[in-house]
Design a protein around this ligand. Structure first.
Ligand code: FMN
Length: 322
């Protein structure tokens, strides 16, 4: 049996990556019910901001219960531990109390948090923003069950190093001793998944393709616009923590112009408006005041499919690729 399916208790080795405002009960439950693993991102299901860590964690509890009401299949919750981080401790409490089966841990390895998660009985999917042989080995040693190798082709916040998916996946496959690797970045179809397996991955971790699903809460106008673009249209710019790429639009054009003019990361990040800019662009569909983050796989998405069709199409035939 495929090791990722075995560890996570799923049928098809595909994980929908967490995506701040863009994930919710509907999408996550649809991916999990179809045999993959759906993941609730920070701000899952929300349209308003709260800076209160307890309220943030309680909002996640409601989303977790919502997923459970739709499916009895496994799903994941995203945490992004950091320095002086006030959000993770109450989130860990909710994860433990709600018996969340899988946690997608993104950031630097913190052995204490790994130990806590193991104690709660969670499986840990570990993803470094900038993956390397060293941080993959560290995560394996700390007890990660699965490690994600994210290439520069991805959507969302890009790695600090410009290694493409074809470069980073075998690098991590060779670096670890026994932990299965998932390939992320630009994978939106069956040939991408097959290529990931050929490079030694045991499954795939996808964001952009699920943003373009029927169940995704991304604005319909943005889905329509994205169908008319390929990766060469995406605008690339530096920001915090590293880099981003977006569909063209008024704000996106300004951010790219600032990048070309040599503005600092700090100034560009401020102009982006943080994750609020992503909510305005992607949820509200206002590409003048917000931005739309997508990965290079957008070139190969030509129609809106259901999450179940996506799960089935991408993984079709995986049993024979082991
Ligand atoms: C709009 C957007 C928002 C994202 N937000 C998050 C997030 O909140 N947490 C996280 O760990 N990863 C986030 N990601 C990264 C995805 O989980 C995933 O790693 C990435 O989308 C994979 O690359 P792909 O888009 O080429 O499939 C985001 C990606 C996108 C496109």
């Amino acid at each position: 049996m495929n090791s990722v399916c075995q560890i996570l208790g799923i049928e098809k080795p595909i994980i929908q990556g967490p995506m701040v405002w863009l994930t919710d009960v509907k999408l996550v439950a649809a991916v999990s019910a179809a045999g993959g693993l759906g993941s609730l991102g920070p701000n899952a299901g929300q349209t308003t901001v709260t800076r209160d860590p307890i309220e943030t964690a309680e909002r996640m509890r409601a989303q977790i219960r919502g997923v459970r009401a739709c499916t009895d299949k496994a799903f994941s919750v995203n945490i992004l531990p950091g320095t002086n981080d006030i959000y993770t401790p109450p989130m860990l409490k909710v994860i433990s109390e709600e018996h969340v089966p899988v946690v997608t841990y993104v950031g630097e390895v913190d052995e204490d948090i790994f130990r806590d998660l193991k104690g709660f009985g969670c499986k840990i999917v570990y993803r470094s923003l900038t993956p390397s042989a060293a941080n993959a080995r560290m995560a394996e040693k700390a007890g990660a069950d699965i490690i994600v190798a994210t290439g520069f082709d991805e959507g969302g916040s890009l790695p600090d190093k410009s290694l493409g998916t074809f470069s980073i996946v075998p690098l991590l496959v060779d670096a670890v001793e026994h932990t299965p690797i998932l390939a992320a970045g630009g994978i939106v179809d069956n040939r991408g998944c097959k290529a990931a397996f050929a490079l030694g991955a045991q499954g795939v971790y996808c964001g952009t393709v699920f943003l373009m699903s029927a169940e995704s809460r991304m604005a319909e106008s943005v889905k329509k616009a994205a169908l008319t673009h390929d990766a060469q249209d995406l605008l690339f710019f530096r920001t915090h923590p590293y880099f981003y790429r977006t569909l063209p639009g008024k704000l996106a054009n300004t951010l790219r112009a600032m990048h070309e003019a040599g503005e600092s990361r700090e100034v560009i990040a401020k102009a982006m408006g943080g994750f609020a800019g992503l909510r305005i662009g992607m949820l509200e569909g206002d590409m003048d005041k917000g931005y739309v983050s997508l990965g290079n796989g957008i070139s190969f998405i030509h129609s809106i499919k259901t999450a179940a069709q996506i799960v089935n199409d991408i993984t079709a035939g995986f049993e024979s690729w082991q």
